[in-house]
Design a protein around this ligand. Structure first.
Ligand code: DGL
Length: 281
């Protein structure tokens, strides 16, 4: 059943969601590229991490969050989470056929274009790597070329980032545990296939440097923002300018002080944050 969709125009906000703070790595690119757009961010931190949950649970969460953001009135929805995109983007598009819905997926294509060793490491959640969507993407990029993709599930890493532990001993040792084997197997390109991981980029680079290797790191945040801009322009919903700073609001199913502090520490932004709960409709 399709829910009735509210009326929107160019000044209506864009809704962005993730299991937690990872989607802020996408929001920062959207905010930089489209500074006049009003943004609403939803962190499902009360249910994070998604990466180790069954697909049916993630689909249910994604549909409930989308309903919530659409009720707040948003003209486009960005699924700023690889795990939720893999699990739920088809269900979201089926439920909201006339809404702009943008997802994120591991950047296998740019990685294949940049690798010289023809070995690429893909860092992502267990759930993303196991999904049919990722397996189809993987087949598409292995069928046509010589590139080998080494898949590394980074269990526990998104959780550390969610806790705000970007450089603790535990986080640094998890990063080393996941990155080192990829480099020693010859990967010269690493795909950040989870939106939380750009926030430990420094730690990833430190591991590669300690092994005396220079690697390409693929983060598709900027490409996602540019894709969103194109879709808004095509739908005549792009908001090119505004007299004052466009509003930024945030919602969380976790603690408002944690999300507020994540915005401040990770992006230097201070939006109004509200704690909410969303349940299946
Ligand atoms: N940020 C999410 C992603 O891009 C997943 C993190 C989690 O496990 O919740 O896949």
């Amino acid at each position: 059943m399709h829910l009735p969709q509210p009326e929107y125009d160019a000044s209506t906000p864009i809704g962005i969601f993730d299991s937690g703070v990872g989607g802020l790595s996408i929001l920062r690119h959207i905010h930089a590229l489209l500074p006049h757009e009003a943004l609403m961010y939803f962190a499902d931190s009360g249910f994070a991490p998604y990466g180790e949950k069954p697909e049916s649970v993630i689909v249910e969460r994604a549909l409930s969050i989308a309903d919530f953001l659409i009720q707040q009135n948003c003209k486009a929805l960005v699924v700023a989470c690889n795990t939720a995109t893999a699990a739920a983007i088809a269900a979201l598009r089926a439920k909201y056929p006339s809404l702009i819905v943008v997802g994120v997926e591991p950047g296998l294509k740019p990685a294949a274009a940049q690798t010289k060793s023809n070995i690429v490491g893909v860092l992502a959640t267990e759930r993303t790597l196991a999904s049919d969507k990722f397996q189809a993407l993987h087949e598409q990029h292995t069928a046509s070329g010589d590139v080998r993709f080494l898949q590394q599930a980074c269990i526990g890493l998104a959780d550390q980032i969610e806790k705000g532990e970007l450089s603790s001993i535990q986080t640094v040792s998890l990063v080393r545990r996941y990155v080192e084997p990829l480099i020693t197997q010859g990967a010269d390109t690493l795909v950040l296939g989870c939106t939380h991981y750009p926030f430990v980029l420094e730690q990833i680079v430190a591991v590669t440097k300690s092994l005396h290797k220079e690697v390409n790191i693929i983060d598709t945040g900027d490409a996602v923002a540019r894709h969103l801009q194109r879709l808004l322009e095509q739908a005549h919903l792009y908001h090119p300018s505004a007299p004052k700073q466009a509003p930024l609001t945030a919602f969380t199913t976790g603690s408002h002080s944690s999300l507020r502090s994540a915005f401040k520490v990770l992006l230097g932004l201070s939006p109004e944050v509200r704690e909410v709960s969303v349940a299946p409709t």
